[in-house]
Design a protein around this ligand. Structure first.
Ligand SMILES: [Zn+2]
Length: 515
């Protein structure tokens, strides 16, 4: 029917027209570009970052961790800028070369294979001359006098290949390693920012710097607090009650702030609360999601480590501390497999001098063990140390641990206690200052074998976890804390339950043997 034919033709034309309009919009608006090319649901806070970066020649943006900083500012934004003007010279500066390589790999793959990007910016193509390396790519451009790569991605402490940049894009250049783990790198990062990177910027060039807070004395905090760096500052932080994102400008939070919605799909209130109280603890959450930088006094074990450290020969072992064999032993075990994120299982045994209450570590072991292997390690510790009590974080895996031990040893009974607290991590935060204080009073023997910064032996891991707490992994700190609780069991009684048997008689028998 001619009528229907007419309508079909019209709808086809209409669709083509709509598509054409959509493409025009995606070439102008980065939010539209992002949702069309990547099909991501652009969040309000993402739009805000781009608006801010468009508006200010130097934009410093504090954004909550794991909220899409890198995809927005190091993938979407460089592609959009280069699509609009292929003559731009971009430098993406990250905390290390590995991350930079990942970022550039994602950009390169998108230019080569994303059909939608090709629709929006058909001219954005690999250059015919020049090679693509893992640090540099060059696209087709109309100015043949340009020598620098179109995009170069490097770690902040690297040396730039080219010597000019129209856009400097810093993406979390400060990280745990170069701000806290190795404090001496803080100065190098600052020097590198000024000497290596800022010098590349051409007249009229633009700088974006998106980040989390780390330390009070790092590059980020210089940029934030020293006006001579000339940054405009945007802050997005999770509100105190976890119900929205707060927005403010400048280096200080004013009384009145703007409210933005949470990223509901990725970070609903419930997940944020879990992250704050179960996963990280409030200090680290406040740093990563609210931009409160750490200062030295926030690391509770700094002084305790100084006071309790015993310097020993490089080839020494814990046994060389020579605690009396008569001191009773206590063991703590943190079952890593129960937690996500590849946590290790850690077993920590200490000897308690009943006269002075000094704690001597006698056996520290840690590893990515399977369940049965964890049980085997615990059995080995039991046979070697004969601890009076073994405290195990009480979680879903603990019951299984008992089964594994039974399978291995045919029902051998170990004095294992499940340690119940309302919220384990919260209690850990409350309990650790006590251990820190014991260390300050020299009530611990903490050996230092002088193994060097990259050593992964159990003692070095323990020292590193203590030094960095509350940031970083806490497998051994957790096991140490459980061992300490085990030897303090006469005091404030934790809710204790036996595992491996449900009969009351059995429990009493174990109780007698254990104490
Ligand atoms: Zn070591």
């Amino acid at each position: 029917m001619p009528q229907a034919h007419q309508i079909n033709e019209d709808s086809l034309r209409l669709r083509k027209l709509k598509q054409k309009q959509r493409l025009i919009l995606t070439r102008k608006k980065i939010g539209a570009f992002c949702s069309y090319v990547f099909r991501w649901e652009q969040q309000r806070l993402h739009d805000k970052w781009h608006e801010f970066a468009d508006k200010h020649a130097r934009a410093l943006i504090f954004a909550p961790q794991l909220h899409g900083k890198t995809t927005q500012m190091s993938l979407v934004r460089p592609l959009f800028r280069l699509g609009q003007n292929p003559n731009r010279l971009l430098k993406i500066v990250s905390c290390n070369d590995d991350k930079a390589v990942d970022i550039l790999g994602a950009i390169a793959k998108t230019i080569e294979f994303n059909r939608r990007l090709n629709e929006v910016f058909p001219d954005l193509q690999p250059a015919e001359r020049g090679t693509w390396t893992k640090h540099q790519i060059t696209v087709k451009r109309d100015s043949s006098s340009l020598i620098d790569a179109s995009i170069e991605a490097l770690g902040i402490l690297s040396t730039a290949g080219g010597d000019r940049a129209t856009d400097l894009m810093f993406d979390d250049p400060v990280d745990f390693r170069n701000s806290i783990l190795q404090p001496s790198l803080r100065k190098m990062v600052k020097r590198s920012y000024t000497a290596t990177w800022l010098g590349l910027l051409v007249k009229g060039g633009r700088v974006t710097y998106i980040c989390n807070a780390w330390h009070y004395d790092d590059l980020t905090h210089d940029l934030k607090n020293k006006p001579n760096f000339h940054y405009n500052i945007l802050n997005h932080a999770i509100s105190e009650d976890f119900s929205h994102i707060e927005e403010w400008m400048g280096s200080r939070r004013p009384k009145r702030v703007r409210r933005l919605p949470l990223w509901e799909k990725q970070w609903p209130k419930k997940r944020l609360i879990h992250e704050a109280f179960e996963e990280r603890g409030s200090l680290d959450f406040n740093r990563a999601f609210r931009h409160l930088a750490m200062e030295s006094k926030m690391f509770p074990f700094t002084r305790g480590l100084q006071e309790s450290t015993i310097n020993m020969e490089e080839d020494s072992e814990l046994v060389d501390l020579k605690p009396s064999p008569d001191f009773p032993r206590f063991t703590g075990m943190d079952l890593g497999s129960a937690r996500k994120g590849g946590a290790q299982t850690a077993i920590f045994t200490l000897a308690l001098d009943p006269a002075t209450l000094t704690r001597w570590p006698t056996d520290i072991r840690v590893g990515h063990w399977s369940g049965p292997d964890s049980a085997r390690e615990l059995l080995a510790v039991y046979k070697k140390e004969q601890p009076f009590a073994i405290f195990v974080e009480n979680n879903a895996y603990q019951g299984t641990l008992a089964e594994w031990i039974e399978e291995i040893e045919g029902g051998m009974e170990l004095p294992i206690f499940g340690f119940y607290t309302g919220s384990q991590k919260f209690d850990l935060e409350m309990g650790l200052p006590g251990v820190a204080l014991q260390m300050e009073k020299k009530l611990w023997k903490v050996p230092n074998f002088g193994h060097g910064p990259s050593c992964q032996c159990a003692v070095c891991q323990w020292r590193e976890e203590l030094a960095n707490h509350p940031i970083g992994s806490r497998d051994l700190v957790m096991a140490m804390w459980l061992a300490d609780r085990a030897c303090k069991r006469e005091g404030e009684e934790p809710s204790i339950r036996f595992i491996g048997g449900s009969e009351e008689e059995e429990d009493e028998e174990v109780l007698e043997r254990a104490f």
